[in-house]
Design a protein around this ligand. Structure first.
Ligand code: FEO
Length: 179
């Protein structure tokens, strides 16, 4: 009976491991965005601090989505240990360059996991991952648009203050918000 219960999950060990690794990456993203939020707050970029705090919450939601999926399929979701979160950043713009870099890495991870699912004939997980792939279009889009603000507005004079005001308004799709 015990052996039978061991077969409780349709997730292969490889896919379960990859998903658990991604849980860790999402948790890292969540903590990274929170550290960025604190830096922005300390340096007078209050709007960006709020935006990054919300972003941190979204990353935690991503983490939980993966976490619940593994357990729902009878696997073992691992509560992640997250270390080496930078607390200091070189510049206001540097924060958003790092954010874009992180999102590109996450997209690449999901592509890689999807590829492994396809090779392992795990179409259930492949289907589940569609949500994340779609979400990454939005995440990368917003990160790029925010960086563009630095070029369009410029950082001189009151530039950074204006950029900070615009950052929470950047959105993807029909929601608009930019003015
Ligand atoms: Fe969960 Fe921003 O990727």
């Amino acid at each position: 009976m015990k052996d039978l219960l061991r077969l409780r999950t349709s997730l292969s060990e490889e896919i379960e491991t990859l998903l658990n690794e991604q849980i860790k990456v999402e948790a890292y993203s969540s903590s990274l965005y929170l550290a960025m939020s604190s830096w922005c707050n300390r340096n007078g970029y209050d709007n960006s601090a709020g935006y990054l705090e919300r972003q941190s919450g979204e990353e935690r939601e991503h983490m939980l989505k993966l976490f619940r999926y593994i357990n729902d399929l009878g696997g073992k979701a691992i509560s992640p240990e997250v270390t080496n979160i930078p607390q200091e950043f070189d510049s206001f713009k540097g924060i958003f360059e790092l954010a874009l870099q992180q999102e590109i890495q996450v997209t690449s991870n999901f592509n890689r996991i999807s590829d492994r699912c396809q090779k392992a004939n795990d179409y259930v997980t492949l289907q589940f991952l569609q949500w994340f792939l779609k979400e990454q279009i939005e995440e990368e889009y917003v990160a790029r648009r925010i960086l563009e603000l630095f070029d369009i507005i410029g950082e001189e004079g009151t530039g950074r203050w204006q950029i900070d005001k615009q950052i929470p308004k950047v959105s993807y799709g029909d929601e608009g918000g930019e003015d």
